[in-house]
Ligand binder design. Structure first.
Ligand SMILES: [Zn+2]
Ligand SMILES: [Zn+2]
Length: 139
C-alpha cells in the first residue's frame, strides 16, 4: 500500500525529526522481552520502510546507538531517550521506525499493509489481545 502523504515524526523532546516518503513495508507489534525492555512498554510497535524513504530531517547527531543484539542497532535520542529507528545488518535495504513517534498517527490510516503480533509466545500473560490480527508465536 502507499502513503497518501509523507509521514513526519519526532522524538519526545523534538531534537530529532524525520520524514517517511515511501510505502511502509511491514507493521507489527512485538511482544519479545527485548523490545519490551528497550521501550519500557508491554509490547512495541514497529514499521519498516525502504532505507532511502526515511529521511532524518533534524538532529541526526543527537542520536545514540544501542546494539540490543549483534545485528540490531537501535537509534535513540540522546536527550530524551526516545527510540526512533532500528537498523539490522541482515536487511540493509530497510529501516525500522516507531509509528508511536509520528506527528499525526492518523496519517498512517491508509498506509500500513497487514498488521500482526509477533513473539506472542513471550507476551505478558495479563495483557489481553482482543483484536483479530494474525499472531505468531515467534517472528
Ligand atoms: Zn529527544
Ligand atoms: Zn521484539
Amino acid at each position: 500500500m502507499t502513503n497518501t502523504k509523507p509521514i513526519t515524526g519526532r522524538c519526545q523532546c523534538g531534537a530529532v525529526r524525520y520524514k517517511v516518503t515511501g510505502p511502509i513495508q511491514d507493521l507489527y507489534h512485538c511482544h519479545c522481552s527485548m523490545c519490551r525492555r528497550v521501550h519500557g512498554t508491554v509490547f512495541a510497535t514497529y514499521a519498516t520502510v525502504g532505507r532511502n524513504y526515511l529521511v532524518i530531517e533534524q538532529g541526526e547527531d543527537n542520536l545514540a546507538i544501542f546494539d540490543s543484539s549483534k545485528p540490531v542497532h537501535r537509534h535513540f535520542c540522546k536527550t530524551c531517550g526516545c527510540q526512533l529507528f532500528i537498523d539490522v545488518d541482515d536487511t540493509p535495504e530497510k529501516r525500522w521506525f516507531m509509528p508511536g513517534t509520528c506527528d499525526w498517527p492518523e496519517d498512517m490510516r491508509e498506509a500500513p499493509g497487514p498488521i500482526e503480533h509477533i513473539f506472542v509466545g513471550s507476551k505478558i500473560p495479563w495483557l489481553v489481545l482482543d483484536d483479530h490480527l494474525p499472531r505468531k508465536e515467534t517472528a
